[in-house]
Design a protein around this ligand. Sequence first.
Ligand code: HEC
Ligand code: HEC
Length: 298
Amino acid sequence: MVTGDRKNNKEIEKAMRFKSTLLTAGTALAVVVVSVLSLGAYLRISQQESDYALGKKVYDTYCASCHGMNGDGNGPDAVLMSQKPCDFRDGVYQFRSTPRGELPLKSDIIYTLEHGVRTTAMLPQLQLSHQEMEAVAGYVMSFSDKFKLEPAPVAIPIPAAPPKTDELVKEGKHLFMNACAVCHGTDGEGDGPVARYLKDYKGRPIMPANLTVRPLRQANTPEELYKRIATGLNGTPMAGFNNAFTHKQIWSLVDYIESIASVNEAYGKNGPELVGEEVIGKDVDPSAYEAWVKKGMK
Ligand code: HEC
Ligand code: HEC
C-alpha cells in the first residue's frame, strides 16, 4: 500500500511537473505570440510613422511653396498664379475616379502627381520616386479629416469604349448641345451663355474649359475624358454625368469632344517650353521642370 501510495504520489508529482512544464511552455508560447504580434503592430506603426515623415519631407521640399505648409493653398508662390493651388484642408478634389462629391482614391492623387494639371503651375512631379509619391499623397490626405470620417470611396466602372462611328459622334454632339453648351458654348470654346457667371466653391470666378484646345487639364486620354465627364470636378460647377447618362452616351460625348479638338494646340507642339503658366516666368520647381523635360512628356 505504502509503495503503491508512494508510486501514486510519484505519478501525481510527475503529472503535475508535466502540467507545469506544459503551462510554462504555454506561457512562453503566449509570450512569444504576444511579442510577435506587438512587434508586428510596432513595425506597422513605425512604418506609418516613417511614411508620414517621408511624406512630410517631400511635401515641405516640393509642394509647400505653392500649396502652403499647412495645405491651405496659400504658399508664398501662390500669389503669382491665376489658377490657385487647391486647399487640401477641405478635401475637395477635382480629379477623381470616384463619383461627384466623394473623396478621391490615393491612386487618383498619385495620377495627378505623375501627370500634373496641364496648363497650370502644377507640373508632373517626376523628380519623385513612386515611394515618395505614395508617401506625399498620404501626407496630403492627412490635411483633411474627411479621409478619416467618410467611408472609403469606390471608383466608378469604366466599360470598354464602343467602336467610334459617325453615328456615335452625332449622338454625342446632340447630347453636348443639350447638356453642356450652356456652359461650354455650342462650339465648345468655353463661352456658353452662363460661362461668365460661374463660381467655384470658394466663390472665385471660374470659366468652363475650352474643349477645342489641348492639353486639357487632365482629360488628355479618352479614359480620363470619360472620367471627367462621368465624375465631374468637385468644387466647380462641372457636374458628374454618371447617373444622368448611359456608358454609351458618355463615350459618345468623349468621341464628340475628341472630334472638336482643334489642330492648333493650346500651347503649341514644341514641347514643354510652351505650356501655359507652367513656364511664363512663374516660380515652378526647377527639379520638377527638369525631370519633366527629360521625360519628353508633352
Ligand atoms: C508651382 C506650384 C505648385 C507646386 C510646386 C505643386 N503644386 Fe499641386 N497644384 C498647383 C496648382 C496651381 C493646382 C491647381 C490646379 C487646378 O486647380 O487646375 C494644383 C493641384 C494639385 C492637386 C490636384 C487636386 C485636385 O483638385 O484633384 C494635387 C493632388 C496636388 N496639386 C498635389 C501636389 C503635391 C503633392 C505637390 C508636391 C509634390 C504639388 N502639388 C506641388 C500648384 C503646385
Ligand atoms: C454648369 C456649367 C457646366 C456644365 C453644364 C458642364 N460643364 Fe464641363 N466644365 C465646367 C467648368 C467650370 C469646367 C472647368 C473647371 C476648372 O476650371 O477646373 C469644366 C471642365 C470640363 C472639362 C475639362 C476637364 C479637364 O481635364 O480639363 C470637360 C472635359 C468637360 N467640362 C466636359 C463637359 C461635358 C461633356 C459636359 C456636358 C455633359 C459639361 N462639361 C457640362 C462647367 C460645366
